[in-house]
Design a protein around this ligand. Structure first.
Ligand code: DX5
Ligand code: ZN
Length: 221
């Protein structure tokens, strides 16, 4: 199956985010991955709903918003209003993940959960019917440019089995250290969507289409 590619704008030029999003859209991105960090749940700060709201005009592609923030439930309506399509939370950042996932759907968005490298697969067991996306973190969250943690391949494969058994339509996305070398490993393990920052944005705008194609195994579609 053709993998979805969701470039992470964490590696884009923040001085011209709008133009960067237009460029990755034109280069073949399927979704736009946006890493929201609060300096509390993760040791880094990025941007929030007001920035995403302004960027909404730059692309019709789904905004795949990855919240690395404490107490994500408090911001659901702000991100819905900003135009997020997928809203993904970390369960460690929310004592009531099931309720928050339901609230994300009620607000009109698709609901996602992100599993840190140390978070076990069975964390999703009682959440599957509330989920549209599962994000496997193949690095510890907070920074781009880290190396893929290979033991997460087993988690991807275990999650693929659980998704198949559930019969639900859930995107299985991998985030962190995804390159043309690690992408095929993640896809063979059962991932259907690849997030990549460094590997997409390296080399400037003229390289984006080739960088995205390289993640698809050279396929330009
Ligand atoms: C890390 C973020 C990732 C990051 C990936 O916390 O969730 O989306 O941008 O960056 P690369 O592809 O450079 O590992
Ligand atoms: Zn991310």
């Amino acid at each position: 199956m053709r993998p979805l590619i969701s470039p992470s704008i964490l590696s884009a030029d923040f001085a011209c985010l709008g133009a960067e999003i237009e460029a990755i859209d034109a280069a073949g991105a399927d979704m736009i991955h946006m890493d929201v960090m609060d300096g509390h749940y993760v040791p880094n700060l990025t941007f929030g709903a007001p920035v995403i709201k302004k960027l909404r005009a730059c692309s019709q592609k789904p905004f795949d918003v990855h919240l690395m923030i404490s107490n994500p439930a408090q911001y659901i309506h702000a991100f819905a209003e900003a135009g997020a399509d997928y809203l993904t939370i970390h369960p460690e950042a929310d004592p009531h993940a099931h309720r928050t996932l339901q609230a994300i759907r009620q607000a009109g968005m698709k609901a996602g959960i992100a599993l840190n490298p140390s978070t076990p697969t069975d964390h999703v067991d009682y959440l599957l019917d509330t989920l549209d996306l599962i994000l496997v973190m193949s690095v510890n969250p907070g920074f781009g440019g880290q190396s893929f943690i290979h033991n997460q391949l087993q988690k991807i494969s275990d999650l693929r089995d659980r998704i198949e058994a559930s019969g639900q339509d859930i995107i299985l996305e991998v985030d962190g250290g995804v390159t043309p070398e690690t992408a095929p490993l993640a896809l063979s393990a059962g991932a259907t969507s690849l997030v990549a920052g460094t590997a997409v944005f390296k080399g400037g705008k003229s390289a984006y289409a080739d960088n995205i194609a390289a993640l698809r195994g050279g396929l330009k579609v």
